[in-house]
Design a protein around this ligand. Structure first.
Ligand code: MLT
Length: 287
């Protein structure tokens, strides 16, 4: 951006209060997910003409206010696709084979081979909720692992895509009833908030796995805690939380839960692609 003649200030640890104080000096703002671009910040940014989200989800930006003010918003939905999909598959395998527990026990000098009976992904049914970039990439990877794939989304996918993925399109209810593992790949919106609550978990198979690498608030954490404690769910893998970093560790501490600190898109390749793409989008918007 500097090469393109922009004056750029970088402040990766800025607080909301500090940002609100200085945002009026800027024509453009680029954020990742830590910074919440609230109504107050947008209104304080009298000169703002563009907001860049260096990542996919726009849930940390008050898009309604941005649109009302005629400010342009850009994100980079393509860069993290492969990284998030790979982490998702890694988490499913880790859950199915108890890899973190096996590693922990070895480090503690234990040999708990008999207790670590796993299950293979081949011929198991994977339910994919949402078929955007990441959902589709996960489907392609799961297909090569020999999994049966069920997909649910608001509108039916193109029949050619379903054929290519060897996947079946079903309603959420049926997907929950038939899947051995369910993975969530929808953005956080008022419609998807708490989309997987007690009622939905009740429909899932006993012992099924739940994987969430999209946004924490899509799953009701209390319902998840109850289902994991009662044995209704066999395990869960979470990369995202309603509050990040999470304050309540009740779900995280359960032995049948694997957790990572929102690292889905945390790879060098994704970072480089995201940085270049968002810089180009903002530069193009102004020139
Ligand atoms: C994204 O939306 O790009 C990912 O969740 C990564 C992030 O926000 O940290």
């Amino acid at each position: 951006m500097r090469q393109a003649g922009f004056q750029v200030d970088v402040n990766p640890t800025i607080s909301s209060r500090q940002l609100r104080k200085i945002v009026s000096n800027y024509d453009a703002l680029i954020v990742r997910s830590r910074t919440k671009v609230t109504k107050e910040i947008i209104e304080a940014g009298k000169r703002l003409r563009a907001i860049g989200r260096a990542g996919t989800g726009l849930d940390n930006i008050d898009v309604e206010t941005v649109e009302k003010k005629g400010i342009m918003v850009f994100n980079v939905p393509e860069a993290g696709t492969n990284a998030v999909a790979e982490l998702t598959i890694g988490l499913i395998i880790s859950l199915a084979r108890s890899i973190p527990l096996a590693d922990r026990s070895m480090k503690e000098g234990k040999w708990i081979k008999k207790e670590l009976m796993g299950w293979e992904l081949r011929d198991k049914t994977l339910g994919i909720v949402g078929l955007g970039n990441v959902g589709e990439r996960v489907a392609r990877m799961a297909k090569t692992l020999g999994m049966k794939i069920l997909i649910t989304k608001r509108t039916p996918p193109a029949p050619e895509l379903l054929r290519e993925l060897e996947a079946e399109f079903v309603l959420l209810q049926e997907l929950l009833q038939r899947s051995d593992a369910v993975t969530i790949h929808v953005p956080l919106t008022p419609q998807t908030k708490q989309m997987i609550s007690a009622q939905e978990i009740r429909l899932m198979k006993k012992g099924a796995l739940l994987i969430n690498t999209s946004r924490g608030a899509i799953v009701n954490e209390k319902a998840l805690l109850d289902a994991l404690k009662s044995g209704k769910l066999g395990g869960a893998a979470l990369d995202v939380y309603e509050i990040e970093p999470p304050k309540d560790l009740s779900v995280i501490r359960l032995p049948n839960v694997i957790c990572t600190p929102h690292i889905g898109a945390q790879t060098e390749r994704t970072y480089r692609m995201t940085a270049i793409s968002i810089a180009e989008k903002i530069v193009n918007a102004f020139t």
